[in-house]
Design a protein around this ligand. Sequence first.
Ligand code: PMV
Length: 332
Amino acid sequence: MRGEATAVAHANIALAKYWGKRPGPGNYPAVPSLSVTLAGLRTVTTVRFVDEGTGHRLVLDGKEELGPGATKAAALLDRVKAHAGIQGFAHVESRNEFPTAAGLASSASGFAAMAAAACAAAGITPGQPWISDLARRASASAARSLFGGFVELDAGPANAGDGEALLAARPLAPAEHLPLVILVCVTRRGPKDTASTEGMTLTARESPFYVAWVEEAPRLFTRMKDALAAKDLPTLGALAERSALAMHASAMAAGVVYLNGTSLEVLRRVQRLRHEGLSTFATMDAGPHVKVMVSLAEEQPVATALASVPGVLEVRRTVPGPAVTVTMGGAP
Ligand code: PMV
């Protein structure tokens, strides 16, 4: 039965980065990725299907969204309609419970919540792999936010064909598997960076290092999976930092620069803390903020050091978080 449903999903950060797409349709990643879902950084999304109107409506943090986000959302919602065999349009209302203005990634939690809520509102239960695949088509990292804890997403098929092959993320280990703190160093307020799709396209087209990245990423991914299975945070962290640096190096060679001066200062501080004997590691996504991993035992000195780096506006603390949840009805 059709109705209204609300989903709560959390942001995630990739430890083994996804950067680059397979050519052809379907939004398949060129490399595998491994992420951790983050508690606290929540998106709450309500979807309701209605019979009247002329199109889907997406309201994001109280404002009607009309840009590329709305186009991706419409494709997602049309796929749900087709699967459910229903007519009409969706009204989507989404709220990020973390500052999107700070440039903290919201597309992963946003599309994961939208995919889960849309299926429930349309009255279908296609299973988590189908919902993860649905979210991945809008934003590959969103496939991972369906699940809690540590999550993997394979690379897409070498030949994307008609783009219809299912590719879903899979949970690897629950949040409690590895006690870990992630300190998000906010290094800028204000407008968004180059969108990740545009950055990836430019990197693949212009960077002399893109081929090397696509070769190296699966090796880092495999080693990280082993380190995660062994609960070996120092190895996992070191490989995660390497993955982020390799991704950014390949992007930078194409002129795609996401880091700012403060990002580099945070990175240097993290490296210095390691020389002083602390086991702490950094990772950065398609933006200038730096996410720093550290064990619970060593959190305090690292948090204090990061807060004192000139240019760091805020240090937000987060830990591995839960899977998406869905309830019928509107947002509380
Ligand atoms: O899923 P997208 O299109 O938002 O791209 C995500 C890219 C990175 O955040 C940089 C890496 C990742 O695997 O999440």
